[in-house]
Design a protein around this ligand. Structure first.
Ligand SMILES: NC(=O)c1ccc[n+]([C@@H]2O[C@H](COP(=O)([O-])OP(=O)(O)OC[C@H]3O[C@@H](n4cnc5c(N)ncnc54)[C@H](OP(=O)(O)O)[C@@H]3O)[C@@H](O)[C@H]2O)c1
Length: 221
């Protein structure tokens, strides 16, 4: 927890030139086996995962923990096997034939109006992410993984409510407009770019030339 809101960890697989999807867009699958393992470890840490509707529309499903040891660990801790999937959208209705609506997890929606079907819980869209995040501990969410995409990540970074970056660097140069922060992302606080803003907390080779880097946000320096 960070005061009265959950700890937020942004988890992305990115190319060496900072893209999270190829130029043509679509459902990006950038990472290999090593990235998949650290993604599942992050999911196992989390009580819930926040995902933008753009990412859900591209994939029509969300990431699940498959590793039996991680599932067993969560069971022993008395937690649900999967973190809740929290979709963020300005609309309330989604095609119900998406695999997402069959996946074995709790589906919550943050949107201006209540969905008619498909979701277990609705959270009204708040005026700011600081306010929105404060609604989550009451639902048992103390640790939140932010799965992107770029639009949603930028929104949270603008309010400086991302506490950790977990980036898997994938050995490819993709080019194109799908940078992991949108090229037009304006209004990021200057404090995010100051020396000492991000402290390196881990580097780990993931095999197949992929590299995990984790940075923790340092707000008091
Ligand atoms: N490499 C990776 O690790 C990774 C991770 C995630 C995504 N991706 C890729 O990224 C691409 C999708 O990213 P994206 O940037 O286009 O989409 P996105 O950020 O996932 O979703 C954008 C949409 O989310 C909703 N949204 C975002 N912020 C909101 C807010 N503050 N309030 C209300 N709704 C909000 C809106 O949905 P509505 O339009 O429904 O209102 C918006 O259009 C795909 O190619 C995907 O494969 C890659």
């Amino acid at each position: 927890m960070q005061g009265n809101r959950p700890t937020v960890r942004l988890v992305l697989a990115i190319s060496l030139d900072g893209r999270l999807a190829p130029p043509e867009g679509g459902a990006a699958q950038l990472g290999g086996k090593g990235d998949r393992a650290v993604l599942e470890q992050a999911l196992a840490w989390a009580d819930a995962c926040l995902v933008g509707a753009g990412t859900l529309r591209a994939h029509q499903c969300t990431c699940l923990i498959h590793d039996p040891q991680l599932l067993e660990q969560r069971r022993q801790e008395g937690r649900p096997e999967q973190p809740a999937a929290v979709v963020v959208s300005r609309q309330a209705e989604f095609p119900q034939d998406w695999l997402f609506f069959l996946q074995p997890l709790r589906r919550w929606l943050i949107a201006p109006s209540s969905p008619k079907q498909g979701f277990d819980h609705w959270l009204p869209l708040a005026e700011s992410w600081s306010a929105q995040l404060q609604t989550l501990p009451g639902l048992g969410v103390q640790r939140l993984v932010l799965l992107g995409g770029a639009g949603l990540a930028a929104d949270l970074l603008r309010e400086d409510v991302v506490d950790e970056l977990q980036l898997s660097l994938v050995p490819a140069l993709l080019g194109g407009e799908h940078t992991w922060l949108p090229l037009d992302a304006s209004g990021l606080p200057a404090s995010l770019s100051q020396p000492g803003a991000w402290a390196l907390s881990e580097t780990r080779p993931l095999g197949r030339d992929e590299l995990l880097v984790r940075y923790r946000r340092q707000r008091c320096f």
